[in-house]
Design a protein around this ligand. Structure first.
Ligand SMILES: NC(=O)NCCC(=O)O
Ligand SMILES: [Zn+2]
Ligand SMILES: [Zn+2]
Length: 470
């Protein structure tokens, strides 16, 4: 049935205005003032913002990692994402050396198909470049997987060597894919962690102390230089520190095609959380780790100035009891990651827009539009325009609430942001014109989310967008 959202304040990455949005067959068919309500279900959004559905470019759902499997799967994870205002995710498909890429892709489709309540795509991990991998990559692109992920850390697990990264950059350039890196120096981390354990230092805080910011800065700089050499394109995931921002900024100023993402946990939490008593610090173990507080300022400034362009959640949830406690006597055995998919958008709105650190339009760009452009989803997704999917969030910008595991929708037994007071909340969320959250109630169905084939890198990027705004 036709729907008409009336009187909302429509916000895109470039404009803010009051208007009505008409939706038919899952897409936006008209935007204007006083559109005719004839034959339409009318939804009054007076006093509320209407945003394009947020896109999360960095999730790990139903992922085996650290000797266990993430607690949230494609059902609980995407329901939580929807409550948080996210209508599309791009999840990381892990590959195994020596196994066809297609096997891994099929596995990831099987995880998502019957479960996802919002639309989804995949990035593909590249762990090695072999003749077989080279042969398969063009088909991967045809299937709409147009971003490749290389880990520079997690030695003996996911880590690829520099030769693999360089060859992935070259192939990506040829095929029209964006290369994503987890940028930390895995070899040095291995040395520092062994040293810490040998000295009897087993507590969660040593996770952070054995992965100092220099290690992230070095790997980020190396990946940027290799990108310049290959004349390719790079997206640095989960940037946590000043050193990495500096390397990305230098690369962009040198004209390299380099982009950076940060995550909500790095914007609002700091290293001291790892020192919480009773092993609670384990809840805050990410790689890269939470940093000293002064790094937060560098990240906010970089988002404001465009040196970092996106916010991903890096959702990778493990229960405190039964999963995080695998590392009770050895911090290297704590599964890395935390639950963040539901709170990403609200935290950026509350801490960013409400506190005057970024503008409302930047908020939309950082959580949706720029992600859609970088990952081949724009203009189908990432904006409010005639012809775009009706992925929409009706957002109350005034409500104040406290984030808690008692009220969140993730399957995990704690909240990363427990007790944090935020202003603003999605009230209703539509995916391709259908409500999935209506007046804060879930009304969607597992399996209604669709796989989205993404266009090649660059299809929606104007060249001037790669200029750093100082
Ligand atoms: N970030 C993290 O600690 N866990 C998820 C896996 C990754 O992104 O490195
Ligand atoms: Zn990572
Ligand atoms: Zn991640």
């Amino acid at each position: 049935m036709k729907k008409l959202i009336i009187n909302g304040i429509i916000v895109t990455a470039s404009d803010t205005y009051q208007g009505d949005i008409c939706i038919e067959n899952g897409v936006i068919t008209a935007i204007g003032k006083s559109l005719s309500p004839e034959g339409a279900e009318v939804i009054d959004a007076s006093g509320r913002y209407v945003f394009p559905g947020a896109i999360d470019p960095h999730t790990h759902l139903d992922m085996p990692f650290g000797g266990t499997v993430t607690k949230d799967d494609f059902e609980t994870g995407t329901i939580a994402a929807a409550f948080g205002g996210t209508t599309t995710i791009i999840d990381f498909c892990l590959t195994n050396k020596g196994e066809p890429l297609q096997t891994a892709i099929n596995t990831w489709h099987a995880k998502a198909k019957e479960k996802a309540v919002i639309d989804y795509g995949f990035h593909l991990m590249i762990g090695e470049i072999t003749d077989e991998v080279l042969q398969e990559l063009p088909k991967v692109i045809q299937e709409g997987i147009t971003s490749f992920k290389v880990f520079m850390a997690y030695k003996n697990v996911f880590q690829a060597d520099d030769g693999t990264l360089y060859r992935t950059l070259l192939e990506a350039k040829k095929l029209g894919a964006l290369v994503m890196v987890h940028a930390e120096n895995g070899d040095v981390i291995e040395y520092l962690t062994k040293q810490a354990l040998a000295e009897g230092n087993t507590d969660p805080i040593y996770h952070a102390l054995t992965r100092p910011p220099e290690i992230e800065g070095e790997a980020t700089g190396r990946a940027c230089q290799l990108t310049g050499l290959a004349n390719s394109q790079l997206y640095v995931v989960h940037v946590s520190c000043r050193e990495a921002v500096q390397k990305i900024t230098e690369a962009r100023n040198a004209g390299f095609d380099v982009w950076g993402e940060t995550c909500p946990q790095y914007l609002v939490l700091d290293q001291s959380y790892l020192e919480k008593p009773n092993f609670e610090g384990a809840k805050y173990v990410w790689s890269p780790p939470l940093r000293e507080k002064h790094h937060q300022e560098a990240l906010w400034t970089a988002l404001k100035n465009g040196q970092l362009q996106t916010l991903g959640s890096d959702q990778c949830s493990f229960d405190f009891y039964g999963q995080k406690d695998l590392g009770k006597d050895d911090f290297t055995k704590i599964p890395n990651g935390g639950p963040t998919i539901e709170d990403r958008v609200s935290i950026l709105f509350s801490e960013g827009v409400k506190k005057g650190r970024i503008s409302l339009n930047q908020f939309v760009d950082i959580t949706s539009t720029k992600i859609a452009k970088l990952f081949g989803l724009f203009p189908r997704k990432g904006t409010i325009a005639v012809g775009s999917d009706a992925d929409l969030v009706i957002f109350d910008p005034y409500v104040e609430r406290v984030i808690s595991a008692r009220t969140h929708h993730m399957a995990v037994d704690y909240s990363t942001f427990e007790g944090m007071c935020v202003t603003g909340e999605p009230v209703s969320v539509l995916s391709r014109g259908e409500f999935i959250v209506r007046d804060k109630q879930f009304v969607g169905k597992p399996g209604q989310g669709q796989y989205v084939k993404r266009a090649q890198y660059g299809s929606a990027l104007a060249s001037k967008e790669n200029v750093t705004v100082l």
